[in-house]
Design a protein around this ligand. Sequence first.
Ligand SMILES: [Zn+2]
Length: 394
Amino acid sequence: MKLVVQVKLLPTPEQAAALEATLRAANDAATWVSQLAHDRRVFRNYDLRKHVYGQVKDRYGLAAQAAQHVIKKVADAYTTLHAHVRNGHLGRPGSARRERVLARPIVFRPGAAQPFDDRCLSWQLNARTVSIWTTGGRMKGVAFTASPDQLTLLAAHRKGESDLVCRDGRWFLIATCDLPDVPVRAPDGFVGVDLGIANIATTATATATATATGTGTGDGVRHSGKTLNAVRHRHRELRRRLQAKQTKSARRLLKKRRRKEARFAADTNHTIARRIVTEAARTGRGIALEDLQGIRDRVRLRKPQRVTLHSWSFHQLGHFIAYKAARAGVALVWVDPAYTSQACSACGHVAKNNRPDQETFACTSCGFAEHADVNAARNIAARGETGWAVSHAA
Ligand SMILES: [Zn+2]
């Protein structure tokens, strides 16, 4: 499995200036190549290289490898764009959006990611420094920060190119690690994960265990979205005020805020995913997750204005859980989320009024009562068990 490790660089002011000049040169070159590709309708890496290689090197002061990466980056960007067009992501043929996008060449921001291969970038993991090619020559001893876990991953599994990127004046290297697949253990039962807004994730097994207290047992545990929702609310207010201003600095601040919020959401999701997977691994259970397409549809019905944000966040959490589970050899099953919130996890009775309010589940048939999210998580766990049994019947 492929895994991405992002480390933060801590360049001195001189090093930062050299990195900035290098990244700017690479992206200015990419924008120039992109213009030419667009004008002459030449999009393939090999063909483009024939047209522009010499000039990219001379005009922008790039070394041979850097020049090749620039050209490939442009070719890849057009391949992605054309795939989006083919798949109808930019609207139908002739639609205003599609025409607008296709009329202009792709432009690369000065801080956009640029790949560096092992000839242009080397890692000194013990010293926590990298040596990197710049337009001003090879630069040694650029410090970076990484967690012990990240260092272990980099030492054992880093492979191929790393991307240098600048965001809000902060420098990062994004390395790809290629990990061997961990065999999936046969699960002893499943824990279901219900995703929501008030509670980002609620976990429960199919049937309540006798010792379930709501903590530590992995049963009926709710991961509150309180902090995250408060941050989002605060940012929404700020956004409203900034949007009204319409100045350049307001727009910049807005962008910064949006990234900060996204980082906070990602941190929250990472923490929740880690807890869920660690607990499943400890108890030998598999994990049942709602199929993400279903989540998007369900949220769309409920709160249209929050769809993008939350569906994006749900996708991210699902993705984090899935890859952490794969790393830990924990079984994972995607289940159909239909009626998981309305069905009774004790008797199976499905009714809308089983759910008198957002938090409460009370079965109108058998009288079973439980927190609504825990009841939903039990249903998801049960579907996970069924799904696993069906796909492993042989
Ligand atoms: Zn019931």
